[in-house]
Design a protein around this ligand. Structure first.
Ligand SMILES: Nc1ncnc2c1ncn2[C@@H]1O[C@H](COP(=O)(O)OP(=O)(O)O)[C@@H](O)[C@H]1O
Ligand SMILES: [Mg+2]
Length: 607
């Protein structure tokens, strides 16, 4: 059942990627496969004609014609096959990136078994060429029918030759299958190896790699990972090539016996001389046909697996497109955003996380740790709310839930009373602006690097306003061609920026949205000095007050600097995935809890 669905996907993919070429490909492949063995039959006709003193021309015409047409069809099929391959692979590859990047949650990036699958599908897409294999199978099948017919014409017993040739071919195909299975189960070693190699080549990590002298150690780990992956595969290859060779020795013996037997029958007059020459000529055809059959079976099996994973990704994307979430966010917030008994566990830690079906991989799942427990919160409309707490307390996780990068494991986040899970994720994100600590350094033209903050409004005026609001004017002023400068030192004529400069551009990006309901600032100023942070938050305060009037927007900020935090209307103290204190700066100081303690500590340090 599953296999049928996968086959259907296979054919429909090729038909969508390149319909006309697929048909041409099918015809030429079959022609070439059927006619090539038939040319041998022409030789037999000719030899018999000589022996019986008939005209040799029909035999020559038949053999020559078959050879010519088959060669023509074959030489057309090759390049067309390559084109079909390339188109199908490109189509699947783009579809894959699209499916992966457009799933609205990021959960699938963070589960080991999922990551293995994604990396496998992505890599296999380029070697997919699925339809080419399906068609060459058609060719192999029709070629086999022709070969059987001709062997039969010598003697029905000769079919045994094909059976004998299938022995080594089947062994070979089994070996291929074993190797594929090994590749699949060791995908995580490949991911590890290539992650490390990427890290060694990535300019971002370049400084640390050199300062800590990491290169030899990391290369060693990467090499070991790849070897762990390769060793069993190489051993299997060696073992099976010996078995295959023995199989061919067996076929050779059977074939020799058949030739001797037919020679004997020619002398008895039970076979013609033409039969004998047909048998002599067809030997190589029989073995290629047998190899074609078994390697096709092997390749089809692995293509079915590749397409199976592709199908899995399509199913996953379809099941997680949050298509039921269609409600539009309100035009303006009245009540605000509430967390109602929210628990959250990251997918990589969640033992119950929905695993891909027909699991090929066993992900090592340890009993997970909840990152948020029973969160109850009210973020009032029009107010600025600060999350404070130690590293790993759960602040960023709260922010990610507000951006709906994940759904809560239990409980609900409510936007003016409407569960966030009911809101169209794209529409919600359009009404949200965000600056993160691990912001993206988008190496585009400066105008685009900022302008993508709102792809519907990439005009120079709007971007300039956002740059000013994000206090990135000095950065842009330093660029040789202003907003039209290419960013990123690795590009021709590109300009490299410091961490702080990138961060200012990321902040400007966050100011692109005109009417946000929610502004998220998760330590977006960590790379800046305290004066710069102060200036930026004053700017933010002005924007937030303005938005409070127009859209009732909630501003959420995460910072370790109390000078920033104390500006917030409401301060939430997070510890170990729970809310421990909340109130205004003055209230929390009066309460004399953890907040007061930390504030005192930082204030003393600055005195
Ligand atoms: N992608 C992730 N996968 C698994 N665990 C995570 C992930 N991100 C964060 N965590 C864990 O969740 C907890 C809260 O992290 P986070 O919200 O980032 O803390 P912070 O308060 O420093 O922003 C930490 O224990 C952290 O290890
Ligand atoms: Mg954080």
């Amino acid at each position: 059942m599953n296999v049928l669905r996968i086959m259907a996907l296979w054919v429909s993919t090729a038909a969508r990627a390149t319909p006309l070429l697929t048909v041409v490909m099918m015809i030429t492949t079959v022609c070439s496969a059927v006619l090539s063995p038939l040319s041998v039959y022409g030789v037999k006709m000719t030899v018999d004609a000589v022996a019986q003193h008939h005209s040799v021309w029909p035999g020559i015409a038949f053999g020559g014609g078959a050879l010519l047409v088959s060669a023509l069809a074959g030489s057309v099929a090759g390049p067309i096959g390559d084109t079909v391959d390339e188109r199908v692979a490109r189509y699947v590859h783009n579809d894959l990136i699209r499916l992966t990047a457009e799933v609205p949650s990021i959960a699938h990036h963070e589960h080991p078994a999922m990551a293995d699958r994604l990396s496998l599908v992505e890599r296999d897409a380029w070697e997919l060429g699925g339809i080419w294999r399906l068609l060459s199978t058609l060719g192999a099948v029709s070629g086999t029918v022709t070969v059987i017919g001709m062997l039969w014409s010598v003697s029905p017993a000769m079919i045994g030759l094909l059976a004998a040739a299938l022995v080594p071919s089947a062994i070979y195909a089994l070996g291929l299958h074993k190797r594929n299975a090994l590749w699949r189960t060791s995908e995580r070693f490949r991911r590890l190896g290539s992650k490390i190699n990427d890290a060694l080549l990535e300019p971002r990590q370049g400084v640390e790699v050199r300062c800590f002298g990491l290169s030899p150690a990391l290369l060693g780990v990467a090499d070991e990972a790849l070897q762990t992956r390769n060793r069993p595969v190489l051993a299997t290859t060696r073992r099976f090539s010996i078995y295959t060779a023995l199989g061919w020795v067996f076929f050779g013996a059977v074939y020799s016996a058949a030739v001797v037997w037919v020679f004997h029958r020619v002398r008895l007059g039970e076979n013609t001389l033409g039969d004998l020459s047909l048998l002599l000529l067809i030997g190589p055809q029989v073995s290629t046909t047998a190899s074609a059959i078994s390697s096709n079976i092997g390749e089809i099996m692995s293509s079915v697996q590749v397409f199976g994973r592709y199908q899995w990704l399509r199913d996953y994307a379809a099941a997680h497109d949050w298509a039921d979430s269609v409600a539009m966010p309100p035009d303006r917030l009245v009540e605000g955003i509430r967390f109602d008994h929210v628990d959250f566990t990251y997918p990589s830690l969640d033992a119950d996380f929905e695993e891909p079906s027909h699991t090929e991989f066993t992900a090592p799942t340890e009993p997970g740790r909840q990152s948020l427990t029973d969160i109850n919160l009210h973020l009032p409309a029009g107010r600025t709310v600060a999350f404070v707490g130690e590293n790993g307390a759960g602040k960023s996780t709260l922010v990610k839930l507000l951006a709906r990068l994940y759904d809560p494991t239990a409980g609900a986040v409510l936007v003016d009373g409407v569960p966030m899970t009911a809101l169209d994720p794209a529409a919600w994100r359009e009404r949200m602006s965000a600056g993160f600590q691990d912001f993206a350094s988008l190496e585009f033209l400066a105008i685009d690097s900022v302008g993508v903050g709102d792809v519907t409004e990439r005009d120079e005026l709007r971007v300039t306003q956002a740059v000013t609001a994000g206090q990135a004017d000095p950065v842009v002023a330093d660029l040789p061609a202003g907003l039209q400068t290419q960013l990123g030192a690795t590009f021709e004529g590109g300009v490299g920026l410091s961490g702080g400069q990138w961060q200012r551009l990321a902040l400007a990006r966050a100011f692109m949205r005109r009417r946000p309901l929610l502004m998220l600032l998760d330590e977006p100023t960590a790379a800046l000095d305290p004066e710069a942070e102060q200036a930026i938050y004053e700017q933010y305060g002005a924007v937030a007050r303005e938005l409070a009037h127009t859209t009732g927007a909630v501003t959420v900020l995460v910072s370790h600097r109390f000078s920033t935090v104390r500006m917030a209307d409401l301060i939430i103290v997070v510890a170990d995935g729970r809310i421990t204190e909340q109130g205004s700066h003055a209230e929390l100081l009066r309460a004399g809890g953890r907040y007061a303690e930390l504030f005192e500590m930082q204030a003393r340090a600055y005195r």
